[in-house]
Design a protein around this ligand. Sequence first.
Ligand SMILES: Nc1ncnc2c1ncn2[C@@H]1O[C@H](COP(=O)(O)OP(=O)(O)OP(=O)(O)O)[C@@H](O)[C@H]1O
Ligand SMILES: [Mg+2]
Length: 386
Amino acid sequence: MGTKRNTWKSVILILSCYKVKCSLEESEKQVLKQGSFQRLCLSDVSNSSSTQAIEDLSISFGGSKLYAFTLEELREATSSFSWSNMLGEGGFGPVYKGFVDDKLRPGLKAQTVAVKRLDLDGLQGHREWLAEIIFLGQLRHPHLVKLIGYCYEDENRLLMYEYMPRGSLENQLFRRYSAAMPWSTRMKIALGAAKGLAFLHEADKPVIYRDLKASNILLDSDFTAKLSDFGLAKDGPEGEDTYVTTRIMGTQGYAAPEYIMTGHLTTKSDVYSYGVVLLELLTGRRVVDKSRSNGGKSLVEWARPLLRDPKIVYSIIDCRLEGQFPMKGAMKVAMLAFKCLSPHPNARPTMSDVVKVLEPLQDFDDVFIGPFVYVAVSENGNKHKI
Ligand SMILES: Nc1ncnc2c1ncn2[C@@H]1O[C@H](COP(=O)(O)OP(=O)(O)OP(=O)(O)O)[C@@H](O)[C@H]1O
Ligand SMILES: [Mg+2]
C-alpha cells in the first residue's frame, strides 16, 4: 500500500477548490459546430464563464462513454470505502478496490474497478479532478488507464477507473521481499509506457503528461503498462509557440532540469522523466533514495555518466537480475536512457524514436545465462576462470 510521499506536487500545489466553471451547453455547441468530434481542451472548460453544473460533462465527449455516479453508488461499489478495500493513497487521496455491474447502472459491464476519492483536507482539488476527466475521458488508448466514470456531489470528487491487478510499477519494481522483475517484463513495461507517451505527444492536439514516474505507470495482469494520473497534464503549445509556461509542478527527481529552471514545458520534459523511469528499470533503484550515501542520492547524477561506457554499464544493471539480460540489448537501452536524460531538450529523442529502439528488443526470453565468468590468462599462458 502506498504511503503519502513528499512530492513537489504536494508542496507547491496551492490550488484552490474553486467552484466548477463549465457550461455543458457551451461545450456541446462547440462540439456540434465543429461537425466531427474534436478533443475539448482543459482551458475550454475551466475558462468558461458560465457556472452551470458539470454533472453531464460526459455527453460532450464524442464517442467515449463516461458514467456520472452518485456518492451512494460508489459507496455501494466499494463496501462503504472500507479499509480492507484500500489499494493505496497518493496526493489526491485514497484509492479503493470495488466492483460494479449492470445492477448499478444498466449497460455497465461487470468488472472490478478502482475508485479514487479526493481527500478534502489534502492539497489537490477540483482542478486535478477536472483535468483527469477532460483528458482521460476523451483520450482512449491501450496504454492509458481507462476512466469509467466520476462523481461530483457537493464537495465530493471521485473518479472510477478500470482495475489494474498488478498495481503500480513502483510497487512491483521496488518490492523488497519478492523475486526480481525479469528483464523481458521490464522491457515490455518500458515499451508500453513509451507507446502511451508517444500517443499523447502525437495527438491532433498534443498533450504533455508532466507526471511520469514509476507510481503512475499501472500494470495489467500480463504487465501491460498503462499511464494513469492526468491531474497535472497540460495541452501542448499551439501555433507558433514551442513551449507552454506553467507553475513548476511534478515529482522530485523526475522533472527535467530546464523545466525546473524556467517553467517552460515541452514534450521533451516528458522524455526526460521517461529516461528516469528507464534508469529505474535498468538499475532497480529509486530515483531519490534517502537511505543511500550522499554520492548515490541522485540516481541520475550517479548513473548517467556510466550509461555510455560499455565496460562499466553492466555494473549498474540491477544485480538482482543475476546476469539474466542480453548484453547488446542492455547496452542499447542504457544508451537510450543516456539520450533521454540529456540536459539539452533538443538532444533527447522523441517518444516515437524511443518506441522504435525498444520494439526490436522485446524478444529476450530470460534464459539463465549464468554468472559472469572472467577468463584470465596467466603469465605462462594457462587460462583460469575467476
Ligand atoms: N486503477 C488502479 N488499479 C489498481 N490500483 C490502483 C489504481 N489506481 C491507483 N492504484 C493504486 O493506488 C496507489 C495510489 O495511487 P495514486 O495515483 O493515487 O498515487 P501515487 O501515484 O502513488 O502518488 P501521486 O499522488 O504522487 O501520484 C497506486 O500506487 C496503486 O497501487
Ligand atoms: Mg499516481
